[in-house]
Design a protein around this ligand. Structure first.
Ligand code: HEM
Length: 413
């Protein structure tokens, strides 16, 4: 029996050295038994092939925790999380997952994302206009660009009017904070009761929006999901609500942090910055390489062994929890040559694990890629003097293990 290692993987300080920590674990074995901050023992997969095996063998590994035998303790989940995310698509296994994914996919088509491209460009251009209008020519790029870009795109997609965007931003932060590995405290000293009351308001707001869109559909995604049909079935209001919550949780912090991570990585690799400035057509590959080198989702959702089994040579007991460390798999030297080097021309960069793999692979990947490419090309072409305004050793990382990103990135231009 392998004993659990106590590792600090969650504090803000630990974030700066997380890649080294994972490389150290992987050099011993691509699977390690670790005690999570929640107190639970977990198997961490730090190898590429092992991570893929976990994410794609739906018979042996489940996302639903129903395989946990009696007596095994699960982390406490707040009621609001259960109400919004419990039974959401991300926590379902085939065939229930397949049905929901097919329905949402019918609304979230590649054609739909292509239609969003000019919208994303216009939103990005407006944000850069605002940056250029500032007399001091220096801002926190996270606060003034990386946060509002996906937030405005998502509000637009969901049909949230501009007047409600500030509330929507607060709700999205509160929803993110519900993740037990996020280690985020509520903003402005809000009490847990205030947080739950706001979450209730979010539920009421989205409920009303769904009803309004069913009665009078528009071009937005909520209308699309409410009307989507697959095999003669439609999504219920409750399913659309859970899906909206999942899109908010899955689509905002991730894209925000990808943008921050990409700009930071370019600052730290001036040759790659110069290359991308000279050849903007490399942006598509650059975004995939960034997702490999410095993706914004570090770990998969937990999976649970459906039976006693063996993975990477370790015996796993039925019900035990396993997590694929996507950030580590994407830097596995058995898969990628010179994995710790950023190379925006790398062949095969898109084989990274940054969007996961298999049935739960990121639904929003096409949109995230479009947002990432437009963000990079627009920033570099319209702000030719863009540079860091602090020492790059002083950047601070968001605490928590799921999302990987900087909390602020002061720049001048
Ligand atoms: C850079 C940005 C993004 C990254 C790195 C990312 C990463 C991921 C990963 C790793 C997973 C799979 C987790 C697992 O299997 O355990 C996932 C799932 C998901 N993502 Fe993303 N994501 C991003 C952007 C988005 C956006 C923009 C949206 C929506 C607009 C979105 C919606 C979702 C949804 C709904 C799922 C669950 C899919 C399912 O369970 O079938 N993501 N994402």
């Amino acid at each position: 029996m392998t004993t659990s290692e106590h590792l600090d993987l969650i504090s803000a300080e630990s974030r700066a050295t997380a890649y080294e920590t994972y490389a150290g674990l992987r050099s011993d074995a691509p699977i390690s038994r670790v005690k999570m901050p929640t107190g639970q023992d977990v198997w961490l997969l730090t190898g590429y092939e092992e991570g893929v095996e976990l994410l794609t063998d739906y018979n042996r590994f489940k996302t639903t925790a129903t395989v946990v035998p009696e007596g095994v303790e699960m982390p406490a989940v707040p009621d609001a999380v259960l109400r919004l995310l419990g039974g959401s698509m991300a926590a379902l296994d085939p065939p229930d997952h397949t049905r929901q994914r097919r329905l949402v996919q019918a609304a979230f088509t590649p054609q739909y994302v292509e239609k969003l491209r000019p919208v994303v460009q216009a939103i990005t251009d407006r944000l850069v206009d605002d940056l250029l209008a500032r007399p001091d020519r220096s801002v926190d790029l996270v606060e003034e660009f990386a946060v509002p870009l996906p937030l405005t795109v998502m509000s637009n997609m969901l049909g949230i009017p501009p007047t409600d965007r500030d509330r929507f931003r607060l709700w999205s932060e509160l929803l993110l904070g519900l993740d037990p590995t996020s280690a985020q405290s509520a903003p402005n000293g809000m009490s847990p009761m205030d947080v739950m009351a706001e979450i209730e308001r979010f539920v009421g707001y989205i409920d009303a929006l769904i009803k309004a869109k069913r009665a009078d559909p528009g071009e937005d995604l909520i209308s699309g999901m409410a009307l989507a049909e697959a095999d003669g079935e439609r999504m219920t209001d409750d399913e659309v609500l859970k899906m909206v919550a999942l899109l908010v949780v899955g689509g905002l912090g991730t894209t925000q942090h990808l943008i921050g991570n990409m700009v930071l990585a370019l600052f730290r690799n001036p040759d790659q910055l110069a290359l991308l400035r000279a050849q903007p057509e490399l942006a598509a590959n650059a975004v995939d390489e960034m997702l490999r080198y410095h993706g914004s989702i570090e770990i998969s959702f937990p999976r649970f062994a459906a039976e006693d089994t063996v993975l990477a040579g370790e015996s796993i007991a039925k019900g035990e929890m396993l997590i694929a460390v996507l950030a580590a798999g994407s830097r596995d030297p058995r898969k990628f040559t010179d994995p710790d080097r950023l190379d925006i021309r790398r062949h095969g960069a898109s084989r990274h694990l940054g969007f996961g793999r298999g049935a739960h692979m990121c639904l929003g990947a096409p949109l995230a890629r479009v947002e990432g490419q437009i963000a990079l090309n627009t920033l570099l072409s319209r702000l030719p003097e863009l540079r860091p305004a602090i020492s790059l050793d002083d950047v601070t990382w968001r605490a928590g293990m799921t999302l990987r990103g900087v909390t602020a990135l002061p720049v001048a231009y």
